[in-house]
Design a protein around this ligand. Structure first.
Ligand code: ACO
Length: 329
């Protein structure tokens, strides 16, 4: 084994066609555009069709990332899908994506780290490449959250959306390594402030579990808010320390798009000017594991990313989990 450097060779994303606005939501639950926008910054979100699953959203994002990287699907050696809303509990969604995009030579697995899933996935993929065992990897964050939210609960259903984002990691010489620093963490004591209680072996699927609303997402919003601001700020600083860069040397912060107030509070705590913090939660809502790679790919599409820029990814989610990574684009 010969250690290798890692770089991001390409990105992609996909959101389903159907748009659900705050006005549309106010016809489903007792809410308003004013309430949602002032508390979250969200205006609209995309919702997948009934027959469109997380693996479908993932595959579309993957195809764009492969094209952007100039790599064929057959050349992929690894596919990781981070999701909390898999097509099936078993087998893993990455194998379904492998089949859909035609990548027979890839090892495949899914991982669940809530909204931090993509940042965890990047770390795992980067580590596997750095080991010298893999040359390229497809890392996807994808969700069909519309399938796990309770559409009668106005405190949660207004927050989430569907979509997928992807990045291709490839090997470089160690001297040209672009994966500069990272931090991952978790606090399992708080596992039940943001969770889906049923559907696993603790509370298996049953009509009773469904009637008791145990198969859909539950959240203590105020607690999550506090933990998210603190967790993301601390993690961002730790990843920066590890990279040896100061916050002034960072060109862009790409934070998990949960809520514009959380993102701004993190930006302030870390000391980043607002113009360096990318925000698209207004158009996509919280897409959990998909939010960071969707935002990053949108930045590329808009021509905001230049090779050589330093990027700070930071995310937070159920588990609780948090994480940050510093890369050179
Ligand atoms: N429309 C209208 N009124 C509402 C709605 C709604 N959609 N939801 C709740 N309310 C009402 C409540 O019933 C309450 O009414 P009451 O005072 O009569 O009891 C009032 O609005 C205030 O409710 P709060 O829960 O106190 O509202 P808060 O200001 O805390 O905002 C929010 C709620 C937006 C969820 C906030 O706590 C938050 O953003 N938390 C972070 C959660 C998050 O982003 N989770 C995503 C997953 S984790 C992650 O991705 C980081």
């Amino acid at each position: 084994m010969k250690f290798q450097g890692v770089k991001i060779a390409g990105t992609g994303s996909y959101v389903p066609e159907k748009v659900l606005t705050n006005e549309d939501l106010s016809e489903i639950v007792d809410t308003s555009d004013e309430w949602i926008f002032t508390r979250t910054g969200i205006k609209e979100r995309h919702i997948a069709a009934d027959d469109q699953f997380t693996s479908d959203l993932s595959s579309e994002a993957a195809k764009e990332a492969l094209e952007n990287a100039g790599i064929k699907a057959e050349d992929l050696q690894l596919i990781i899908v981070a999701t909390l809303s898999p097509d099936k509990t078993f087998p893993n969604t990455a194998s379904l994506v492998q089949n859909k995009i035609g990548a027979p030579n890839a090892a495949c697995f899914s991982m669940e780290a809530g909204c931090t899933g993509f940042v965890y996935g990047l770390e795992v993929g980067a580590g596997m490449i750095a080991s010298g065992l893999y040359k390229n990897a497809l890392i996807i964050g994808a969700e069909k959250l519309s399938s796990v939210v309770d559409w009668t609960d106005r405190t949660t259903c207004v927050l989430f959306g569907d979509g997928a984002g992807a990045a291709i990691l490839t090997a470089t010489d160690v001297e040209n390594n672009k994966y500069l620093g990272s931090d991952l963490g978790s606090n399992g004591e708080q596992h039940d402030i943001l969770h889906i209680p049923g559907g696993g072996c603790a509370v298996p699927f049953s009509q009773e579990a469904k009637d008791q609303k145990l198969l859909t997402l539950q959240m203590n919003g105020k607690e999550v808010f506090k933990h998210a601001v603190n967790g993301m700020s601390v993690s961002a600083k730790k990843a920066l320390d590890q990279s040896g860069l100061s916050i002034d040397e960072i060109d862009w912060v790409v934070a998990h798009q949960a809520n514009v107030r959380i993102i701004n509070a993190v930006g302030q705590k870390v000391g980043v000017p607002t113009e360096k913090v990318y925000i698209n939660v207004d158009r996509f809502g919280n897409t959990s594991a998909a939010s960071v790679p969707i935002a990053f790919n949108e930045m590329r599409q808009k021509g905001l990313l230049k090779r050589g820029q330093k990027i700070l990814f930071v995310a937070f989610g159920g588990g609780l989990t948090w994480g940050a990574s510093v890369v050179e684009y």
